[in-house]
Design a protein around this ligand. Structure first.
Ligand code: T46
Length: 136
């Protein structure tokens, strides 16, 4: 099964422009209760981010402006995708290594998270991560 799992959102457009609304319980929306929202923006040219996995946390990442390249890795296989659509969310399950590269200057990556911020949930060493997945 692919690591790249998109959730397509309905765009509510009219002559004024577009709008996406996300609500818990909506069909084809975010598959967890959202406890935290953050966004990444003004990432410097050539800067990469991420390089970690989470033990428990699930997230949906939405590129609401610009673009970036997301790499996901479950310790067994590595897949990547460009993120550039405000009407698609990328579901990032727990125990998936993520890296973000090639941010455009205008990129805004909005992230919906299933848990509050907890540094102890991060696995920041790739070899440790692969060991925990049983793929060492
Ligand atoms: C992820 C990817 C997609 C907080 O204090 N609260 C928060 O909710 C977050 C997300 C971060 N922080 C602090 C921790 C660091 O001092 O903000 C700083 C930057 O965080 P970090 O280096 O973890 O950022 P990224 O871009 O490498 O990773 C972030 C998320 O942390 C991570 O969960 O999946 O975006």
């Amino acid at each position: 099964m692919s690591l790249i799992k998109w959730i397509d959102f309905q765009s509510l457009g009219d002559a004024r422009g577009s709008l996406v609304a996300l609500e818990i319980g909506m069909e084809k929306a975010v598959p967890f209760d959202i406890k935290r929202v953050y966004y990444i923006y003004q990432t410097g040219e050539g800067v990469s981010r991420g390089f970690h996995a989470h033990c428990k946390l699930k997230q949906v990442a939405i590129c609401v402006a610009g673009k970036c390249r997301m790499v996901l890795d479950n310790g067994n296989k590595r897949e990547e995708t460009w993120m550039s659509s405000p009407t698609r969310g990328l579901l990032i399950e727990s125990m998936v290594w993520r890296e973000m590269h090639d941010f455009s200057r205008d990129c805004v990556l909005l992230v919906l998270a299933s848990e509050h911020y907890d540094e102890s949930d991060y696995i920041r060493n790739y070899e440790s991560f692969v060991g925990l997945t049983g793929n060492a």
